[in-house]
Design a protein around this ligand. Structure first.
Ligand code: HEC
Ligand code: HEC
Length: 484
């Protein structure tokens, strides 16, 4: 596994190496036979772990994640132990990020199970069968056990449409906005008349069933008083009505991390769709394809997985920049080991026809790298999609990151990447802000898209193929896209 570590750490700069066989196909009209295949099967790097399965207990390695990092530290040369430690981190490490008070989580989970579901499953989280407290995978107790914080698994672990669970799949079922309102807004809205806190109407409507239940149930009201008592002395986070509204507006699978009540606020409303984490190119693969580096994040600004975790942690109020590559290595190694889940069977002839459309329609010109990722970044104006993200972390547009953020070796790009296209069959939202709800809609198979004009959430742009392909070509193209 060490070679992979080297591949993802900050070793030799990928920029200096010459792409040996850069595809160079940027024109339309090439035939599929000459074209490079962006979906070359990836080697199995799973190291004997199970990351795709119908059985959740198998995914959780039948209890072997518990204590996995201690076991690895005792035997640091054991590659499988290291991966198991990384997998534990993926599911349970909170990295010191901001916590939701445990009493609040327990109050909502115990008192409102009809509304939020066991372990918040009504909001799309997956219950952790090994949690004695009924917590979901993706929310874990922090070191002091006084609060819960998010782990990678909340957003990057999902159930596929065929019923299998897959680590690394984007959890587009997860209604992060409403889930957070159920914890952060519930006490504010319930106490509105006492505190005079401003509550946004749309946000209130999102959690109205919980407010109604609280108003109708006197024993729940007593627990609520107990909760307020336990929160006494804790500073309530700022949560303006405007920010509340954004939480209510976000579609499942989408969110903004730099907004109240989270610790770092960039004062720009942006909406990002959760990405899948499988099929990430190694540094060698990225360099061989001609990419400058891993180009992580929708803005393509992050050079390495370790850098991404440091950034995520920093935005979550943790100690991000101080995490060393060594500390993050098991997690980085583990994420690099995730394989793309096998797609459902498809008609081979339609796939072949679709592959030719992908080339002829010019898709390959921007999706020619590993797994269909692009090799460069694009301006929003060129692609025509929502451009709010251009000002992410940079409200004044001076190119410098706001909020005293430490991006390490990374810089802001103000641009957009062309994403990997693995696992599209298992995705429910498309484009960087998730504004498009199906691949059919993306290629306008049922006619022009119904416009959405809400700032940061608009669905215009990336109209490639919409007016140039026949319905038959579009259908073949979608069979091809869903076959990887
Ligand atoms: C609450 C949801 C959430 C949690 C928790 C979360 N992510 Fe993400 N992740 C996202 C979203 C949304 C994006 C897309 C953000 C963007 O690029 O603008 C993303 C993007 C990424 C990417 C970039 C992928 C690519 O191809 O560009 C990586 C890598 C990643 N996350 C790793 C992690 C790791 C590792 C963790 C745990 C330490 C984590 N994420 C926790 C929601 C989440
Ligand atoms: C000029 C470059 C360019 C061309 C041509 C192009 N794409 Fe894209 N593609 C992008 C970029 C950039 C994005 C990200 C856009 C965004 O999210 O706002 C993207 C996004 C996508 C997505 C969404 C993936 C996701 O996870 O949401 C799909 C699917 C896709 N492209 C398929 C195609 C197909 C099929 C074609 C040909 C009909 C095509 N693209 C042509 C650059 C291009």
């Amino acid at each position: 596994m060490w070679f992979m570590l080297g591949a993802l750490g900050c070793g030799e700069s990928a920029k200096d190496s010459q792409p040996p066989d850069s595809p160079g196909l940027t024109e339309t009209g090439d035939t599929a036979t000459q074209a490079p295949d962006p979906f070359v099967a990836l080697p199995d790097r799973s190291g004997g772990l199970t990351n795709v399965s119908e059985d959740l207990d198998t995914i959780l390695e039948h209890g072997a994640l518990d204590g996995a990092c201690d076991a690895w530290r005792a035997q640091p040369d054991d590659a499988q132990k290291r991966l198991l430690c990384g997998k534990w981190m993926f599911f349970y490490e909170t990295f010191g990020t901001e916590e939701v008070p445990r009493a609040l989580v327990d109050f909502v989970l115990d008192g409102f199970v009809e509304d939020v579901g066991p372990a918040f499953s009504s909001y799309g989280l997956i219950p952790d069968p090994s949690s004695e407290h009924g917590y979901p995978l993706g929310m874990a107790l922090g070191p002091g056990e006084e609060g819960l914080a998010f782990t990678c698994a909340s957003c990057h672990f999902a159930r596929l449409p065929d019923g299998r669970y897959a680590v690394g799949a984007a959890n587009h079922q997860y209604d992060y906005g409403t889930h957070n309102l159920s914890m952060a807004l519930l006490p504010l809205a319930a106490m509105e008349s006492v505190t005079g806190a401003e509550v946004d109407e749309l946000a209130r409507a999102d959690i109205q069933p919980l407010l109604d239940r609280l108003a109708a149930d006197s024993s729940l009201q007593i627990s609520f008083l107990g909760l307020l008592f336990s929160l006494l002395g804790k500073e309530a986070p700022t949560f303006s009505a405007e920010s509340q509204r954004h939480y209510a507006e976000w579609l499942p699978g989408t969110q903004d991390f730099m907004i109240e009540p989270l610790p770092v606020n960039d004062e720009v409303h942006t909406v990002s769709k959760i990405s899948a984490l499988y099929g990430l190119p190694t540094e060698e693969e990225a360099a061989a394809a001609g990419m400058a580096h891993a180009m992580l994040g929708w803005t393509g600004n992050t050079r390495s997985l370790a850098g991404f975790v440091r950034l995520f942690d920093q935005l979550g109020g943790g100690d991000g920049p101080n995490f060393s590559d060594d500390q993050l290595a098991p997690l980085v190694d583990y994420i690099s080991s995730l394989s793309v889940p096998s797609p459902p069977p498809a008609d081979a002839e339609a796939v072949a026809r679709g592959a030719a459309v992908f080339v002829d329609a010019g898709c390959l010109g921007c999706h020619e790298g590993p797994g269909g990722s692009g090799l460069t970044l694009y301006d929003y104006a060129e692609i025509g999609t929502d451009d709010a993200l251009a000002r992410w972390m940079d409200a004044d547009g001076d190119g410098e990151p706001c909020c005293e953020a430490d991006l390490g070796e990374d810089t802001l790009t103000g641009q957009l990447k062309s994403p990997r296209l693995w696992g599209l069959w298992a995705m429910e939202r498309f484009l960087h802000n998730g504004a498009v709800g199906s691949l059919e809609e993306l290629v306008c198979l049922d006619g022009p898209r119904t416009p959405i004009t809400t700032p940061a959430m608009s669905n215009d742009g990336h109209l490639y193929g919409c007016d140039t392909l026949s319905d038959e070509e579009k259908r073949d193209l979608l069979v091809y896209l869903r076959a990887h």
